[in-house]
Design a binder for this molecule. Structure first.
Ligand code: DUC
Ligand code: ZN
Ligand code: ZN
Length: 488
């Protein structure tokens, strides 16, 4: 008799806090049974000798997105989601970017229109807010949060995206009132511009100077300021793509003090280094991203901060720009570093790199790997009613990892719309060989089984800050400021 549509049997199941041997029964897209002798199924997948893990959730990627300079990423929702699926992901949360003058309603309509017919994995969006008008703040943003878009990113740098401190406070106040999470690109704009202009004016325009133009202290200054501003209103923030130990330490200290702050880092700060920007014939441009790659010692420090829990989120920041006039070299064949499109691809290799170097090499436990792959993100970004663990009642989103498979990273084997990978030639031990989304096998035997548009939009819940004490600044707290109620 068939109790289930699908059963994954004989594998080792791991969540963020437990590991056990069990079969997993799936019906109507959900996990309905976990255990031994759970009964028959229409289809059985034998996972003996393999690890049965929650499908990865990629929480920071740029898909079918126009940059503020008008450059379109090379991946659309089809190629981006296919590449993510081959890398063990069953859900992603790309950005829906507001450029100045645009209405958030229209932006979301556009991105829903891009994702719905193409995505092969489930998806949500983070908004990028670059123009916080009264209408955006008081009508469109609350409306978006009510629709399940419960996080948005702001930039403290980039001329066409930057929001100033006062605008950040306005955005934080809305986030606080409606239970949303603000993600922050924290780099000091003035320091970057000052250094960039000095470098170029003195004849130092090659890609490698991109690293010098984004000083480490530009990151730590901005992280510190963002945390103080958010702490003033006692609203949760997440500092994205942290590249320095100094930045990580500020986050760790703030968390210790009870601030509602989370930290994210990315594989480029753990596996790559700044010397790679010095390749000849402009090939260094392939390694230009912001914040930039740092030195080899920083890389070790970022690993340490991932191991010790300072970073709860590990994302690819997949920003695919090809090495041609559509992407990296959009401003000409030899642009100065200020005009090179910023960003690295990595959506497919994010998890295999961490599995190999983190878990297989003993730097993190299997459970910590699962927390970084899916568990933490599902909780922080309000997806945990559906995703993030192998639990009865949750979506049947599963990646079966084979620790016995070894592959060499090659751009030609990846499924994104890029012609290079910054991780070319690296040896990767362990691979997600079968990927299941909502009870349907989407990757198997190196082949895509999913159809365009199979992925579903997931409305996310508001942020849960349980266990992060926080405290409204006394000047804003009516119990301490002579009863002045600012409605916060
Ligand atoms: N930096 C960003 O902030 N976004 C996209 C890519 C990058 O390098
Ligand atoms: Zn950013
Ligand atoms: Zn990004």
């Amino acid at each position: 008799m068939s109790n289930y549509d699908l059963k994954v049997c004989g594998g080792t199941v791991a969540n963020a806090a437990e590991t056990f041997q069990a079969d997993v029964g799936i019906r109507d897209g959900r996990i309905v049974a976990i255990g031994k002798d759970i009964g028959g199924a229409k289809r059985v997948i034998d996972a003996s000798g393999k690890l049965v893990l929650p499908g990865g959730i990629e929480a920071h990627c740029h898909i079918e997105q126009e940059s503020s300079g008008g450059i379109m990423t090379s991946d659309d929702y089809y190629s981006g989601s296919v590449s993510a699926a081959f890398g063990g992901n069953t859900c992603f949360v790309p950005f829906a970017a507001q450029h100045r003058g645009q209405s958030l309603r229209k932006v979301l309509e556009t991105y829903h229109g891009r994702a719905k017919p193409k995505s092969v994995i489930d998806y949500s969006f983070h908004l990028i807010i670059s123009d916080p008008t009264d209408k955006v703040l008081h009508e469109e943003l609350p409306e978006a949060i009510a629709q399940g878009i419960t996080s948005f990113k702001v930039y403290m740098t980039y001329d066409k995206l930057i929001v100033d401190d006062s605008q950040m406070l306005d955005i934080f106040a809305v986030a606080k009132k409606h239970g949303a999470l603000t993600m922050i690109h924290a780099e000091n704009n003035a320091m970057i511009k000052w250094m960039s202009n000095k470098l170029v004016d003195s004849g130092h325009a090659a890609p490698k100077y991109h690293a010098l133009s984004h000083p480490r202290s530009a990151e730590s200054e901005a992280i510190n300021r963002a945390i103080e501003l958010a702490g003033f209103l006692d609203t949760p923030i997440l500092i994205v793509h942290v590249s320095t130990e100094a930045g990580a330490r500020i986050i760790a200290k703030a968390r210790y003090q009870g601030h509602k702050v989370f930290g994210e880092t990315c594989p480029q700060y753990m596996f790559l280094h700044a010397d790679q920007m010095d390749l000849p014939d402009m090939h260094g441009a392939k390694f230009c991203c912001s914040p930039p790659l740092r030195d080899r010692a920083s890389r070790e420090e970022i690993w340490r901060c991932l191991q010790n829990g300072t970073f709860q989120v590990y994302s690819s920041d997949h920003a695919p720009y090809r090495f041609d006039e559509t992407g990296k070299l959009h401003a000409g064949p030899r642009p100065d570093f200020r005009k090179i499109a910023n960003g690295l691809p990595g959506i497919e290799l994010r998890l295999p790199l961490l599995f190999s170097e983190g878990y297989m090499n003993g730097r993190i436990t299997l459970n910590h790997f699962v927390a970084l792959a899916a568990g933490n993100v599902s909780r922080i970004y309000g997806l945990d009613h559906r995703k993030g663990s192998i639990t009865e009642g949750k979506d049947a989103d599963i990646a079966i990892w084979d620790p016995g498979v070894t592959r060499i990273a090659r751009a030609k084997d990846l499924h994104d719309n890029m012609e290079f990978t910054p991780y070319e030639g690296m040896e990767i031990r362990g691979w997600p060989t079968t990927v299941i989304r909502g009870g349907t096998v989407i990757v198997e035997n190196n082949e895509l089984k999913a159809k365009r548009g199979d992925g579903q939009f997931i409305a996310r819940r508001t942020i849960d800050c349980t266990g992060m004490p926080g405290r409204l600044a006394p000047e804003l707290d009516p119990t301490m400021n002579f009863g002045v109620d600012l409605g916060l």
